[in-house]
Write a protein that binds this ligand. Structure first.
Ligand SMILES: C[S@@+](CC[C@H](N)C(=O)[O-])C[C@H]1O[C@@H](n2cnc3c(N)ncnc32)[C@H](O)[C@@H]1O
Length: 224
C-alpha cells in the first residue's frame, strides 16, 4: 500500500511539473483504436507513437481495475464487459463467441500456422480447460484486431505520416513462439504501409524455453 501511495505521489508530482510548462493543446478520446474513422478527421495525423497490447494473456482491465473503479469508468459488471469489448483481444479473458477480427488474417499463412501449432500442442499436452481451448483463437483475434486498427488508421493519416509501435515477442501460449513485430510488419505491408525499420531495443530470455525474446519498435510510414 505504501509503495502504491509513493507511486501515486510521484505521478501527481510529475503532473504538477508538466502542467507548469504545458502549452500544447491535447485531446483524449476514450475509445476503441479499431474504430477511428468517426473520431479523427481524414488525413489529419502526422505521427502515431504507441505501445499496443501483445498476445501475452494479460488482462489489461485487471491490471487497471482499481483505477477504473476509482475514476468511475467501471461501476458494474456490464461496464466492465463494455470496456473489455472495446479492447484488442490479447488474452482469453476478453475473447467472446461473436468476435470476428480473425477474419482479417484468414489469408496470413504464418499466423494460421502459429494458431494451428498452438492448438496441436494443447492437444498433445492434454490441456482441456476452457481458456486453454481458446489460445489458438486469441492469437488469430489479436493479429486480426491489429490489422483492423491499421486498416482504419490509413484514412486518418496524412501521406508521409510516421508510426512507431512498441511490441514484444511472446511465447505465452504453450511456448509456441510468436514474433509479434515481424508479423505486424507483414500485416502492415499487406495494408499498404512502408516498413521503415524494426528496431530492437531489448531482449530477454524466456524462463521456460531459454529462447531469446525481442522487444522492438516497429517503424512504419504511410506512403505518399
Ligand atoms: C502494452 S499496454 C500499454 C500501456 C501504456 N503504455 C501505459 O503506460 O498505460 C496496451 C494498452 O492498450 C490498451 N488497449 C487495448 N485494446 C485497445 C483498443 N482497441 N483501443 C485502445 N486501447 C486499447 C490496453 O488497455 C492497454 O492499456
Amino acid at each position: 500500500m505504501l509503495s502504491w501511495l509513493a507511486g501515486i505521489r510521484t505521478i501527481a508530482e510529475d503532473l504538477r511539473q508538466v502542467r507548469a510548462s504545458a502549452r500544447t493543446p491535447a485531446s483524449v478520446y476514450n475509445d476503441d483504436s479499431r474504430r477511428i474513422a468517426g473520431i479523427l478527421a481524414p488525413r489529419s495525423i502526422d505521427v502515431v507513437i504507441t505501445s499496443p497490447p501483445y498476445p501475452n494473456e494479460k488482462d489489461y482491465t485487471r491490471t487497471t481495475r482499481l483505477e477504473s473503479v476509482l475514476l468511475g469508468f467501471i461501476r458494474s459488471k456490464s461496464d466492465l464487459r463494455d470496456v473489455k469489448n472495446g479492447l484488442i483481444r490479447s488474452n482469453t479473458r476478453n475473447a467472446y463467441k461473436q468476435d470476428a477480427d480473425d477474419e482479417w488474417v484468414w489469408e496470413h499463412s504464418e499466423i494460421q500456422r502459429i494458431a494451428a501449432n498452438i492448438e496441436a500442442r494443447r492437444i498433445e499436452l492434454g490441456k482441456t480447460s476452457g481458456f486453454e481451448r481458446l489460445y489458438h483463437r486469441v492469437a488469430k483475434l489479436y493479429f486480426g484486431g491489429m490489422a483492423r486498427h491499421l486498416a482504419e488508421l490509413r484514412e486518418v493519416l496524412r501521406p508521409g505520416a510516421r508510426l512507431a509501435y512498441v511490441v514484444g515477442d511472446q511465447a505465452s501460449y504453450l511456448q509456441v513462439m510468436i514474433r509479434t513485430g515481424q508479423l505486424l510488419a507483414d500485416i502492415s505491408k499487406s495494408l499498404g504501409y512502408e516498413v521503415t525499420g524494426i528496431d530492437l531495443f531489448r531482449t530477454r530470455i524466456a524462463a521456460a524455453t531459454r529462447q531469446q525474446m525481442g522487444e522492438e519498435v516497429l517503424l512504419l510510414r504511410r506512403p505518399g
